[in-house]
Design a protein around this ligand. Structure first.
Ligand code: NAD
Length: 262
């Protein structure tokens, strides 16, 4: 049985901890990641690679291809359950052990689990916008059209409707990136969870913690570029988060130990 006490000690000592999550956090909910052993990145859908389908130019030129692919994938997100990683992160926030979750995921599962401060680095499926007049549409409304094999178009101006997700070739929201830079620089501990740390600029955020003398804990099934610099690294999210859940639920854990302010 693995000893997780060094991880618990880091969490107890840290006055500011942030989580950085990637697609690996949602594989336990049934959503394939990109680059894991069952990842979809190099797979094909009809004439397209999944990588191409996440590109903004391809989306604008061939929206029917994107929506055809997304129909049974992105538009099924709302039917999927949260898993132990989402749940424990929400519980850690509630207990004052976690300041924020920065996620690369677009699947809305951190919010579904109850996390309050969720920063979505690559946007979200929760909202959609008309690329022409900027009118906003909720997930459920667009999902109904996509399930009928329609390419969603704005009822007002016939513009193409796109999910509020950052496609390859698009920039991240500047304000959110600034908040991220502040949070990762000031974090005493960053938890890197289920990310291959390859998609920039998000992947560089945990480095800011290291540069400011904070520590990293990495939980990932495959090697990442920051493994050598991590204070601790583990490879199985389910194992680590089951241990964290037991630790969080232990009524004797915080007795007599007031937590420092974040
Ligand atoms: P990635 O696919 O590059 O890396 C995921 C990593 O998680 C892999 O290295 C894999 O080994 C690891 N992993 C998977 N299951 C694990 C488990 N149970 N325990 C430990 N490790 C596990 O994902 P990324 O770094 O997030 O970058 C991919 C990009 O794709 C991101 O921009 C993300 O937005 C997007 N994406 C999102 C979703 C989603 O919203 N759920 C799904 C696929 C891709």
């Amino acid at each position: 049985m693995q000893d997780f006490s060094p991880l618990f000690a880091l969490l107890e000592q840290s006055r500011k901890t942030v989580a950085f999550t990637g697609a690996g956090v949602s594989t336990l909910s049934g959503i394939p990641d990109f680059r894991g052993p069952h990842g979809v990145f190099s797979q094909r859908w009809q004439d397209w690679s999944v990588e191409e389908l996440h590109n903004i130019e391809v989306f604008e030129a061939h929206p029917e291809a994107f929506y055809g692919y997304a129909k049974n994938a992105w538009y099924a997100f709302d039917t999927l359950p949260v898993n132990i990683v989402h749940q424990v992160l929400a519980e850690m926030e509630q207990q004052g052990l976690l300041a924020a979750v920065y996620t690369q995921n677009i699947d809305m599962l951190h919010q579904k689990a109850g996390s309050r401060r969720v920063e979505e680095l690559h946007g979200t499926m929760a909202a959609h916008h008309c690329l022409q007049c900027n009118r906003s549409f909720p997930y459920a409304e667009i999902k109904t059209l996509v399930l009928q094999d329609q390419v969603p178009r704005c009822p007002q101006c016939q513009g193409l409707i796109k999910p509020d997700v950052v496609f390859f070739g698009e920039n991240l929201d500047a304000g959110m990136l600034q908040r991220a830079q502040r949070d990762f620089s000031s974090a005493e501990l960053t938890l890197v969870l289920g990310s291959s740390l390859t998609v920039e600029p998000a992947a560089s955020l945990p480095r800011l913690t290291l540069q400011n003398h904070g520590r990293l804990v990495i939980v990932n099934g495959q090697p990442t570029p920051l493994d050598q610099q991590a204070a601790l690294s583990y490879d199985d999210l389910e194992v680590v988060f089951k241990a964290l859940q037991t630790w969080l639920d232990d009524p004797g854990r915080t007795a007599g130990r007031p937590r420092p302010a974040l």
